[in-house]
Write a protein that binds this ligand. Sequence first.
Ligand code: LER
Ligand code: MN
Length: 265
Amino acid sequence: MKLAVVVAPPTAGFEAVVRRPLREALSLLQEYGYDGVELSLLDPKVIDRGELRSMLSEYGLELPALSTGLNYLHFGLSLTSPDPAVRKRTVDRLLEFADLAYEFGAAVVIGLIRGRSGGLSRRSALKLLIEELREVCKRASHVKFLLEPLNRYETDLINSVEEALEVLEMVAVENLYLLVDTFHMNIEEPRIEESIKRAGGRIGHVHVADSNRLAPGMGHLDFKSVVSALREVGYDGYLSAEVMVKPDLKTVLEATKRTLAPLLA
Ligand code: LER
Ligand code: MN
């Protein structure tokens, strides 16, 4: 397993990420010994791919995943919007993410961008979501997508690993995996380790944050047992820290590394 941190543009309206200019963030990740960076983006089409490639190589970092949630928070893009035009724009946006992801060997996160049932019944919203996930995954079958269960205060659509596994089964494609986030799991799963074991080989990516969404080591989660459950199911991907930058970025990078690196050795 390797370590990454989620980095977003300085203007991002989501607080559990590092909001810094990219070069500054990458340079710090290299300094603290991280292996990769997960990028949270608004419009993937405006990314200068040559510049991104050369920055990643300059700082010796991989790009395991692209996260998409800012498109929900800033633009209201949602796969389950009652407005078909919004749903179409959301599918198109996810395909644009997939295009960028493919070039860098990254996966695409489907977290907040699935939306909430709002104007539709939960049942119709879930039905729509399953159809759209299938369409997106089939149209970009060369890219891995990651469905992330989120806690009940952020969405009413897919809160637990069990619900996500049911949706995966109904979507029935090869390139849709689960993203498990320890912050959401701490709220929704009866036992985090059991849920990891239940998800097993369907886990495609992991977000790490402590119980309070601060850096691992700054709350009360038992990362030793979380990492050992991940190891038990053969997970060998990234642990990507999606955390609030408190009290400051250097403390966050240091604490995450100090808590997790010895467990990965
Ligand atoms: C939101 O809470 C979250 O965990 C993100 O990864 C979802 O896009
Ligand atoms: Mn997350």
